[in-house]
Design a protein around this ligand. Structure first.
Ligand SMILES: [Zn+2]
Length: 503
């Protein structure tokens, strides 16, 4: 019996983990058996690898009884990207490649039936896992090369299995791949200045962006809620190389293959028919990341909030507090990051006309209006530090243009810099203990905050009020939170779509 092994990586949600692929060849009836993968994935991989080896002139008869094992066995593994490591382990066990050399490399790629190599999902996370596993080289398909090379490891790209073999025997070395470049920002086709006659809405979105607050915009259709939400990424600071890579790794693992690294913060706007699993992540044996994680370092926008499944919306609560989604399965826990700002918009009734100024009348019975609003639980409403009722104020034609995105972004960035220093990497909207002295409330502001909180629901309102007031002071570059900040913040956080402001 002859034996060989090689390194590979399997994608698990937004991350990848190193695995070992072993092959043993012994005398017996010719066959390839793959263990450690689910049955359908194992049989698909076996057929692709068999055809790939045939492209090198290696037939089933040469293989004799070939057993491939992928360890650890209890880890859920994604199949196709394991084709190349499986083929390499078999070639080494056959003595066609040096087993010692094959044991020191990691690889990732799907085999076509003609032996060509295809790009596979999750190559960025896999390249980092390969680096952790201590592999000397990471072999991928040409289509995956630039993204794989985002990891600081030796990435070599090959068009097909034959070129990989030529490299491994030292005949024709493969070239080292260059990394994808960071695409520069400033390429938005929308701007905050497009939004007219909506000062309250603009203030809400700028304050939310500055302090990392979740924001709920409500009001009749046509008042610009969606327009404002879509402009949120234009006023957020661009991602730096480190965070852009973090986002690219997550997106790549989820199968979103962008060509270059993008410095623009992600903006995800899933339709209201989205399942709970697709929204927060989860799933069966092999977990998927949810929209909240795809929006990591950016914005998750839920338009028409009451139309979403109440269970899906409620499942956002914990991740929004923890900035992390945890998925438990037998034997392991997957953790997906979600430092995500939630922006939501909603009408005040199903037909949308309640509260409109257009003259159209709401056709919903009063009972249906109430049940529509009740689809969004109070516990979720509490997660929004800023809740703004929008209505059209005055004529759009006469209104002065709002602040443009560039100017707003400068203010947001300056305010964020102060907060990141104060809280050691966090923003005001991410700080949960609001009696922390670093909020630095003027004594009169503290007394006012206490009084206002007592008049309403207490702790939740107080928390939102103090956090938003701190952001208003930071936007003005004032070290102390004044009583005026508290009053302005109270105005921004007290409304609820139910109409009853806490007064
Ligand atoms: Zn209505």
């Amino acid at each position: 019996m002859s034996f060989a092994q090689t390194l590979a990586c399997t994608v698990l949600g937004s991350d990848a983990v190193p695995v070992v692929v072993e092959a043993s060849i012994s005398n017996g009836l010719p066959c390839i058996q793959v263990i450690g993968l689910r049955a359908t994935e194992a049989s698909d991989a076996r057929e692709r690898v068999r055809c790939g080896l045939a492209s090198l002139g290696i037939g089933v008869g040469d293989l004799r009884r070939c057993v491939v094992s992928i360890a650890p066995a209890d880890l859920p593994k994604s199949g196709a990207a394991l084709d190349l490591p499986i083929a390499l382990a078999i070639l080494a066990a056959l003595g066609r490649l040096d087993p010692a050399r094959v044991a020191r490399v990691a690889s990732h790629g799907e085999l076509g039936l003609d032996g060509s190599l295809r790009a596979a999902d999750g190559v960025v996370a896999a390249a980092f896992a390969a680096l952790r596993s201590g592999a000397e080289e990471f072999l991928v398909s040409s289509g995956n090369a630039r993204r794989a090379a985002l990891a600081p490891t030796c990435v070599l790209a090959a068009p097909d299995l034959r070129s990989v073999v030529a490299h491994m025997v030292g005949a024709v070395p493969l070239e080292r791949a260059d990394a994808a470049s960071l695409r520069n920002v400033a390429s938005f086709d929308v701007d905050l200045a497009d939004v007219r006659a909506q000062q309250a809405g603009v203030d809400a979105v700028v304050t939310a962006a500055a302090g990392g607050h979740n924001v709920l915009l409500f009001g009749a259709p046509g008042c610009g809620k969606t327009m404002l939400a879509q402009r949120m990424p234009t006023i957020l600071p661009p991602l730096d190389a480190h965070t852009a890579l973090e986002v690219a790794t997550i997106h790549d693992a989820a199968g979103l293959r962008e060509r270059e690294l993008d410095a623009r913060p992600p903006f995800r706007a899933p339709h209201h028919t989205v399942s709970q699993q697709a929204l927060v992540g989860g799933g069966g044996a092999r977990p998927i990341v949810g929209e909240i994680t795809l929006a990591h370092r950016g914005v998750l926008f839920l338009d028409e909030l009451p139309e979403y499944r109440p269970s899906a919306i409620d499942a956002l609560r914990q991740p929004l507090e923890d900035h992390e989604v945890r998925i438990r399965r037998a034997g392991w826990v997957a953790r997906y990051p979600c430092r995500t700002q939630l922006v939501a918009a909603m009408n005040l009734c199903r037909c949308g006309q309640w509260g409109a100024v257009t003259g159209a009348a709401c056709s919903c019975p009063a009972s249906s209006r109430a049940s529509y609003l009740q689809r969004v639980s109070g516990a979720i409403i509490d997660r929004f530090d800023i809740r703004t009722r929008m209505s059209l104020s005055g004529s759009i034609a006469d209104a002065a243009p709002a602040t443009d995105s560039q100017a707003a972004a400068r203010g947001v960035e300056a305010a964020r810099r102060i907060q990141l220093e104060r809280w050691g990497g966090r923003l005001n909207g991410e700080v949960t203990i609001v009696d922390d002295a670093r909020f630095d409330l003027d004594p009169r502001a503290r007394a006012r905050a206490d009084r206002l909180a007592q008049r309403t629901d207490g702790a939740r309102t107080q928390r939102s009020m103090v956090r938003v007031a701190r952001t208003l002071a930071d936007l003005d570059d004032r070290p102390r939170v004044s009583e005026d900040d508290i009053v302005a913040a109270f105005d921004m956080c007290r409304s609820t779509p139910g109409g009853a402001s806490h007064d």
